[in-house]
Design a protein around this ligand. Structure first.
Ligand code: PEP
Length: 247
């Protein structure tokens, strides 16, 4: 981990029932969490109110995605405003479906709109397996960074999550060296293309099959400033281990 504040997000995705969410919230409320870590969880939208009214305010709440602008006739989407009204402040904006240029620019617009509404965003980038095997990891990540950089007015409320697509939900975690190498490259990209200040202040977190067993080694890497956790965030005690992995 670097010198900035560690950041751990739990992405609950499309999981949970009222009862299982109540149990998870109760486990999180009783967990001991390192003081110097920003902790955010992203329940499915339908459970945000339930979580907001029962979860300790030590942990912040986030939506998982948002429409690109104000609400309207967009079936099955939620707006950033819905997210804000629920008290959540971050949107996880996935870059992993974004190899297509049009989609990357759409995600950039969502980030810009969420920021303009006073929300923070977790901007996800990452390569597919075939792109890694073709030696294109950096190029792909840089292109995705550019789509965000072209769209956002400021990086103050942006956390970048490096999530190699081949590692998400697969049980195949990037090695600490593989992750560190990309994090350094992304930081360097920010330095060259945005500013030295943004490069040093922006947290770059790792996501992809992080669990209680592999988090400590990853957290030792200088440029890994936290984690975005899927599966393992559904278990309160294991999520607490990951939050507390920063030494
Ligand atoms: C994620 O949901 O962002 C994620 C990385 O999932 P998992 O930890 O399950 O791989």
């Amino acid at each position: 981990a670097g010198s900035g504040k560690f950041f751990v997000g739990g992405n609950w995705k499309c999981n949970g029932t009222k009862d299982s969410i109540a149990k998870l919230v109760s486990d999180l409320n009783s967990a001991t969490l390192e003081a110097d870590v920003d902790v955010v969880v992203s329940p499915p939208f339908v459970y945000i109110d339930q979580v907001k009214s029962s979860l300790t305010d030590r942990i912040e709440i986030s939506g998982q995605n948002s429409w690109v602008g104000k609400g309207g006739a967009f079936t099955a989407w939620n707006s950033s405003k819905t997210s804000a009204a629920s008290g959540s402040f971050l949107g996880i904006l996935k870059g992993d479906m974004s190899s297509e240029k049009r989609m990357r620019s759409f995600i950039g617009k969502k980030a810009a709109y969420a920021l303009s509404e006073g929300l923070g965003v977790i901007a996800c980038i990452g390569e597919k397996l075939e792109e890694r095997e073709a030696g294109k990891t950096f190029d792909v990540c840089f292109e995705q960074m550019k789509a965000f950089a072209d769209a956002v007015p400021s990086w103050d409320n942006v956390v970048v999550a490096y999530e190699p697509v081949w590692a998400i939900g697969t049980g195949k975690v990037a090695s600490p060296q593989q992750a560190q190498e990309v994090h350094v490259a992304v930081r360097d990209w920010l330095k060259k293309n945005v500013s030295e200040e943004v490069a040093s202040k922006t947290r770059i977190i790792y996501g992809g099959s992080v669990n209680g067993g592999n988090c400590a080694e990853l957290a030792k890497q200088e440029d890994i400033d936290g984690f975005l956790v899927g599966g393992a965030s559904l278990k309160g005690p294991e999520f607490a281990t990951i939050v507390n992995s920063v030494t």
